[in-house]
Design a protein around this ligand. Structure first.
Ligand SMILES: Nc1ncnc2c1ncn2[C@@H]1O[C@H](COP(=O)(O)OP(=O)(O)OP(=O)(O)O)[C@@H](O)[C@H]1O
Ligand SMILES: [Mg+2]
Length: 248
C-alpha cells in the first residue's frame, strides 16, 4: 500500500462570514489524476490557494509525502516538486513562447540574478523543446505568446507548469474559455504527461465530460465542504451529487 503524495486534513478558510473552505480533507495518491468539481463559489480555488501557499488557511494540515508543507511559499513548494496553473492566464504576452517556458523554469531555480537573463542554454532548452513538441506548439515557439489564440496561450500556460519536472501539478480550470475542439487535446496531453512522468495532478474543471474522461477519482465540493469523493462512475451515480450539482 503506497502512501499519499498529498494529504489535506481539516482545511478551513473564512472571509468574514463566508466559510469559503469549511473542513475539507482528501488524499491524492502517487500517479493519480484527482478531479475537483463544484458550483461557482464552492471553495475550489480557495482550497488550491491554501495548499499552494498563496493564502494562509485558518486551520488544517497539508502534507506532501508525509511532511507538512503548511506555510511554505509558492517558490519553496515549487522546489519540492509542486507546480500549478492559475484560473487566469499567466503567460508573458511580449515574450516568445519559448522564453516563457525558460522563464518558468528560472522561476523554479529561483535566483534573482538568473532571472535577469533569458538563458541561451543551461539544459533547460532541451526541456523546453521536449514540451514544445509534446504540446505541438513548435510552429509558434518563436512568436510572442500574446499573439497566439487564447487556447494556444492556455497550452503554453500548462506547459510552463511542467518545466520544473513536478511530481504534483494543480491545474485550475485548464479548459476554461478554450475552444471545445482543443479540450480533447488537453485531456490527451495530460494523460500522456501522467503516464510518461508518473506525475499526479489535481484538476479543477467545470467541463464535466473532460473531468469524467480524465480523472481517476473526483471530489465534489459544495459550499466549502466535500459532498462526495469517488470514481467518475460513482460520482455520476451519486444521487446527492445529481440533486445538488449535476442536476437536470
Ligand atoms: N479574497 C477573497 N475575499 C473575500 N471572499 C473571497 C475571496 N476569495 C474567495 N472568496 C469567496 O469564497 C468563496 C469561494 O470562492 P472560490 O473562488 O474558492 O470558489 P470556486 O469554487 O473556485 O469558484 P469558481 O468555480 O467560480 O472558480 C466565494 O464565496 C468567494 O466569493
Ligand atoms: Mg475557482
Amino acid at each position: 500500500m503506497s502512501h499519499p503524495l498529498l494529504k489535506v486534513s481539516g482545511l478551513r478558510k473564512s472571509y468574514g462570514a463566508i466559510k469559503a473552505v469549511n473542513g475539507v480533507s482528501f488524499e491524492v495518491m502517487p500517479g493519480e489524476i484527482f478531479g475537483v468539481i463544484g458550483p461557482n463559489g464552492s471553495g475550489k480555488t480557495t482550497m488550491f490557494n491554501s495548499v499552494l501557499g498563496q493564502i494562509r488557511p485558518d486551520e488544517g494540515r497539508i502534507e506532501l509525502k508525509g511532511e507538512s508543507i503548511a506555510g511554505l511559499s509558492p517558490l519553496a513548494l515549487n522546489r519540492r516538486g509542486v507546480g500549478r496553473t492559475f484560473q487566469t492566464l499567466q503567460v508573458f504576452g511580449k515574450m516568445t513562447v519559448r522564453d516563457n517556458l525558460l522563464v518558468a523554469a528560472q522561476e523554479h531555480r529561483g535566483s534573482l540574478w538568473s532571472r535577469m537573463f533569458v538563458p541561451g542554454d543551461s539544459g533547460l532548452g532541451d526541456k523546453a523543446d521536449e514540451l514544445i513538441d509534446l504540446f505541438r506548439i513548435r510552429h509558434v515557439a518563436d512568436k510572442p505568446a500574446g499573439s497566439l489564440s487564447y487556447g494556444q496561450q492556455k497550452l503554453v500556460d500548462i506547459a510552463m507548469a511542467f518545466m520544473s519536472d513536478p511530481d504534483l501539478v494543480l491545474l485550475d480550470e485548464p479548459c476554461a474559455g478554450v475552444n471545445p475542439s482543443l479540450v480533447g487535446g488537453i485531456s490527451t496531453l495530460l494523460k500522456k504527461l501522467n503516464q510518461s512522468r508518473k506525475g499526479s495532478f489535481v484538476v479543477i474543471e467545470h467541463n464535466m465530460d473532460f473531468v469524467m474522461d480524465l480523472c481517476h477519482r473526483i471530489m465534489v465540493m459544495v459550499e466549502g465542504e466535500v459532498m462526495a469523493v469517488g470514481t467518475p462512475a460513482e460520482i455520476r451515480a451519486n444521487k446527492q451529487v445529481l440533486d445538488a450539482y449535476l442536476g437536470s
